[in-house]
Ligand binder design. Structure first.
Ligand SMILES: CNS(=O)(=O)c1c(F)c(F)c(SCCO)c(F)c1F
Ligand SMILES: [Zn+2]
Length: 263
């Protein structure tokens, strides 16, 4: 139900504006990407992900999603190129998903939802001293969005889905090292890009979005692991609420231009 939404109980996306008025701002995310209206920009550089030295630290359930965090005290895991003027450091990745096939992603493409969307969250450590500071700046964050669609089993995501039982409850965390999210990339890095926001409170308008055109394929069984293992609720809470439908629906474009790195 809508009151479940991303917050799992204390009012969903339609209530956020009460405490976070920026929910009605002019660069909110996600959006529906209308492929025919995206402007091909030949001056967009190829996206470069320098993830070879990445060090994952832990996996956790923050009550909104399952999050894998990385060491980000130096530039060993960065992205550059694309629409970005400098390198941005990987801080964490997390997912948004539905409770059945037809919904789950945050961005939609020509009105089509995917069952899940992966967000790789990076921050502008060249311009700002901390993630928190960057999260308040218009060019502070860069999030790569990758659609997960159902198809054959994805070998790379198994280590992750096998670890979900350790973070079943809100507020739990477990060690999770040597996971390189490069294994979750599709073969093409072609993308759409547009200026937007966080999709969960505080909804800061500080994200340069980079949404990959090509989805990765995971099996229905792997998708079900997210839906059946994770809870919005904490261990001590009586009622167990399945963590599903933790996605925000598309927001008004308000005149923004979506650029494409491809024709
Ligand atoms: C893009 N997806 S999002 O808005 O839901 C999102 C999120 F869920 C996060 F947890 C973080 S990191 C916050 C401190 O860790 C983030 F930057 C985000 F952008
Ligand atoms: Zn997200």
């Amino acid at each position: 139900t809508s009151c479940q939404g991303v917050t799992g109980g204390e009012g969903g996306p339609s209530e956020w504006y009460r405490y976070y008025p920026i929910a009605q701002g002019n660069r909110q995310s996600p959006i529906n990407i209308v492929s025919g209206q995206a402007a091909f920009n030949s001056s967009l550089n190829p996206l470069v992900l320098s993830y070879d030295q990445c060090t994952s630290v832990n996996i956790s359930n923050n009550g909104h999603s399952v999050v894998v965090e990385f060491e980000d005290y130096d530039d060993k895991t960065v992205i550059s190129g694309g629409p970005l003027s400098n390198s941005y450091r990987l801080k964490q990745f997390h997912f948004h998903w539905g409770n059945q096939h037809g919904e789950g992603s945050e961005h939609t493409v020509d009105g089509k939802s995917y069952p899940c969307e992966l967000h790789l969250v990076h921050w502008n450590a060249k311009a700002y001293a901390t993630f928190g500071e960057a999260a308040g700046k218009p060019d502070g964050l860069a999030v790569i969005g990758i659609f997960l669609d159902t198809g054959g089993q994805h070998p790379g995501i198994n280590r992750l889905t096998d670890a979900l039982y350790m973070v079943k409850f809100k507020g739990t965390q477990a060690q999770f090292d040597n996971f390189n999210p490069k294994c979750l990339l599709p073969s093409s890095l072609e993308f759409w890009t547009y200026p937007g926001s966080l999709t969960t409170p505080p909804l800061n308008e500080s994200v340069i979005w980079i949404v990959l055109k090509e989805s990765i394929k995971v099996s229905e069984k792997q998708m079900d692991k997210f839906r059946k293992t994770l809870l919005f609720s904490g261990e001590e809470e009586g009622e167990r609420m399945q963590m599903v439908n933790n996605f925000r629906p598309p927001q008004p474009l308000n005149g923004r231009k979506v650029q494409a790195s491809f024709k």
